[in-house]
Design a protein around this ligand. Structure first.
Ligand SMILES: *[C@@H]1O[C@H](CO)[C@@H](O)[C@H](O)[C@H]1NC(C)=O
Ligand SMILES: *[C@@H]1O[C@H](CO)[C@@H](O)[C@H](O)[C@H]1NC(C)=O
Ligand SMILES: *[C@@H]1O[C@H](CO)[C@@H](O)[C@H](O)[C@H]1NC(C)=O
Ligand SMILES: *[C@@H]1O[C@H](CO)[C@@H](O)[C@H](O)[C@H]1NC(C)=O
Length: 514
């Protein structure tokens, strides 16, 4: 465990005054063995990088403004409470463009905490589904009934044995809540509206045209099914195959990449250094621990921000210790300090650029698959076998994932300024074909030029195509108002590795550290 020793040394030299036992706790929390779980440290699900939520008062923006953010309104943006109508720009294009395919990656919806703060009561949240509870949705009962028939679907192991609905009167750790289900029914309905006039999936769609993949966690499986139901109410189960991704990076058979962990460790050291140098944060943890009669390291290990976010999102008062244990309570001001530090961490992360290097290697396999699918669909369409033709290819693909998937995806695309993925966040890749160009009038025998395949990228309904690395410098003009697919293809196959000074995934992953 060379890396571990180096890390402990670094911490000691850094002058941290923590007890050794707490160091190893920190260490275990900091460096996951394999990227199969949501990272149980601050920069993870519900954790630290809950950054950059809605900075505008009423308008939610994907790219935060530069003014000093308010940690609490940021946190509410992260909750993504489904209580207002949302503007969605999916499915928008210049006239005469044809929509060929759509690939979506989502983060699961609102969930119960993954951590428990010792000596406090767990938040009282009911994870059964009921239209008499808020927030509800007009499709909720029909969705529940439909999930009851899920046995007719095809399930890659181990998904067949995962519950298709949350159903515990006291939520289990990490369980999807009714809020989470409603968030994704709404996402599905939004996309249904957006793509209706484009007739993306014909009424008699073939099984091959729909791709659904998820990690083995029930919250991602259930989130994916809720979105699918909102998109295609009463879909035919017999046509659906739920595919399993064992890694939260959705890297399939290409997960092996030694350099990736090195970049992640560097990033985590940066994060650790920033955190222990934050005197206000240290004082706050101390005060919180005293209020509950805990040791500061016990409280830290319980990742309290995860629990507190859940209280906040569900309008529950922050937890208190029982009278016997002092009866102290955690307060909003303490939560705000932790969140402020998380926002500082986001800013520092962007400056340092270490996360970006990790993200490029983490998300290449997923992006490579996405690019390959798009190219296939575009080719099939050129050859006249596409939609309405042979129906050979996936027209709609849904990957139901975690914050530790969506955050590196955004970073790898160069969308570093985008806010941290809130509950039920969505990233959408749309493939379009421009209208054919008529032949030049003067040349008698010239043929019409076929349309060009183009890509749009959206984050939470906002078009971010021209913020991505591969299209930031694209000169939009009347003839080419969208981003050419070729830009994306060469980005994924070569250009994205420039940030790690390489030209391929193999080279970047296996080169010895210099
Ligand atoms: C929606 O919920 C959030 C968080 O609970 C709250 O701050 C906001 O005022 C609500 N908006 C509406 C329109 O009810
Ligand atoms: C939820 O669980 C209860 C008790 O285990 C069961 O009776 C009920 O049918 C379940 N509901 C659904 C929708 O699965
Ligand atoms: C990327 O896609 C190509 C097909 O275009 C494939 O040959 C290659 O193995 C893929 N690489 C990775 C790392 O997934
Ligand atoms: C980038 O890689 C090339 C060839 O592998 C090497 O010669 C060069 O020194 C590297 N540059 C940096 C900045 O690491």
């Amino acid at each position: 465990m060379l890396a571990r020793n180096r890390f402990l040394l670094l911490v000691a030299v850094g002058g941290a005054t923590l007890a050794l036992i707490s160091l190893s706790l920190q260490f275990l929390n900091l460096i996951p063995v394999a990227p199969v779980e949501e990272r149980p440290f601050q920069a993870s699900d519900g954790g630290a990088v809950v950054a950059a939520a809605a900075r505008g008062k009423s308008r939610k923006r994907v790219f935060p403004r530069t003014e000093e953010p308010d940690p609490l309104s940021e946190a509410y943006g992260y909750c993504n409470t489904p209580n207002r109508t949302e503007q969605a720009w999916e499915g928008h294009s210049p006239a005469d463009y044809k929509l060929l395919s759509v690939q979506v990656m989502i983060r699961h919806g609102d969930r119960y905490p993954l951590y428990y703060i010792p000596k406090t009561k767990r938040p009282a949240i009911d994870c059964t589904l009921s239209t008499s509870r808020k927030p509800s949705h007009p499709l909720l009962n029909a969705f529940i009934r439909h999930m009851g028939q899920g046995g007719r679907g095809h399930w890659e192991s181990p998904l067949g044995s995962a519950p298709r609905l949350p159903n515990h009167s006291t939520c289990e750790m990490g369980e999807l809540t009714q809020t989470g289900v409603v968030q994704h029914l709404r996402n599905g309905q939004l996309l249904r509206q957006a793509y209706k006039r484009h007739k993306l999936l014909p009424p008699d769609w073939a099984p091959r045209q729909l791709w659904l993949e998820t990690t083995g966690k029930s919250r991602t499986l259930q989130s994916g099914l809720a979105l699918l139901y909102g998109l295609l109410p009463d879909f035919d189960w017999a046509k659906v195959t739920a595919r399993h991704q064992w890694s939260t990076l959705f890297c399939g058979a290409a997960c092996d990449c030694p350099a990736r962990s090195r970049h992640l460790e560097e990033e985590q050291r940066r994060q650790y250094r920033l955190r222990v140098s934050d005197a206000e944060l240290e004082r706050t943890y101390g005060a919180m621990a005293r209020a509950l009669g805990l040791l500061a390291r016990q409280l830290r290990a319980a990742n309290p921000v995860d629990s507190l976010l859940c209280h906040l999102c569900h309008g529950l008062p922050f937890p208190c210790a029982p009278a016997g244990a002092g009866g102290g309570c955690l307060i909003t001001a303490q939560f705000a300090v932790i969140r402020r530090q998380q926002l500082d961490d986001e800013a520092d992360r962007r400056r340092a650029g270490l996360y970006r290097k990790y993200a490029v290697l983490a998300m290449h396999p997923y992006l490579n698959r996405t690019a390959n699918k798009m190219e296939r669909v575009a080719r099939a369409h050129e050859a006249g076998r596409g939609r309405g033709g042979g129906g050979e290819d996936e027209v709609f693909a849904l990957s139901s994932a975690h914050d530790v998937t969506v955050a590196p995806l955004l970073s790898a695309l160069g969308l570093e300024g985008a806010r941290f993925p809130r509950f039920a966040a969505r990233v959408v890749f749309e493939l379009w074909k421009s209208p054919p160009t008529p032949p030049p009038k003067k040349k008698k025998k010239a043929k019409a030029r076929d349309g060009e395949p183009c890509i749009r990228v959206l984050y939470n309904g906002e078009d971010v195509t021209f913020h991505t690395d591969f299209c930031r410098s694209h000169q939009r003009h009347a003839g080419r108002p969208l981003c050419p697919l070729d830009n994306f293809l060469s980005f994924v196959r070569r250009d994205m590795f420039a940030v790690v000074n390489a030209t391929s995934y193999q080279e970047a992953c296996y080169r010895r550290p210099g």
